[in-house]
Design a protein around this ligand. Structure first.
Ligand SMILES: [Zn+2]
Length: 198
């Protein structure tokens, strides 16, 4: 039962990375240990588009779109990861993000009858990926990228933006990896205390 609950939790998308692009990167859970890719099918990608709020209706996704999505996700991950580690990112990754960002996105238009917002064309998987690429560019190219961090839990390694005023956040979420670290520290202290007793 406990195992089932745990597996359900790890199969859930996370939307707490601080921006659209890093939420997309977080569709791979536990990059530091038992890596789990949640974008395993076109249906899963559609679900992510819907849950992230990027699209309000299903879009038709072909296997090649899924391949493109994974390519973009990994290029964003590797670029941010390199910057956090103070390593020069791969030019091929940067070019790929730039290429995706250039893809045309639907233009909002006012309807002539009621002045409602209507899109000139419907969203396609590529235009949704373009929005993710543009978000990545906005955050990576901003001086605030100093706030991009990697969860200090080495089995997790989720990338996130630290929006705390003190900029001292160490874990992807206090309720997940922060608590785990606290419990581990407590156990270590306990066992050290016990060793001293004998
Ligand atoms: Zn974490």
């Amino acid at each position: 039962m406990q195992q089932k609950k745990l597996s359900e939790r790890y199969n859930r998308f996370r939307f707490d990375a601080g921006c659209l692009a890093l939420n997309f990167v977080a569709t791979v859970r536990h990059r530091g240990s038992h890596l789990r890719d949640l974008l395993i099918s076109p249906e899963a990608l559609n679900k992510w588009f819907l849950q992230s709020g990027l699209s309000s209706a299903q879009v038709q996704i072909f296997p090649k779109d899924l391949k493109n999505a994974v390519k973009l996700r990994e290029a964003i991950h590797d670029t941010v990861y390199a910057l956090i580690a103070s390593i020069k990112p791969e030019e091929s990754d940067i070019s790929l993000i730039n290429r995706f960002a250039k893809y045309t996105i639907p233009v909002p238009q006012l309807s002539t009858d009621r002045c409602n917002i209507e899109l000139d064309t419907p969203f396609t998987p590529m235009s949704l990926l373009a929005l993710i690429a543009r978000d990545a560019i906005e955050h990576i190219g901003n001086p605030d990228r100093q706030r991009m961090k990697k969860c200090e839990n080495d089995t997790c390694r989720m990338l996130f933006i630290d929006i705390s005023p003190a900029n001292r956040r160490r874990w992807c979420a206090m309720s997940i990896c922060g608590n785990r670290a606290k419990v581990a520290l407590h156990r270590k202290k306990l066992s050290a205390g016990q060793t001293e007793l004998f």
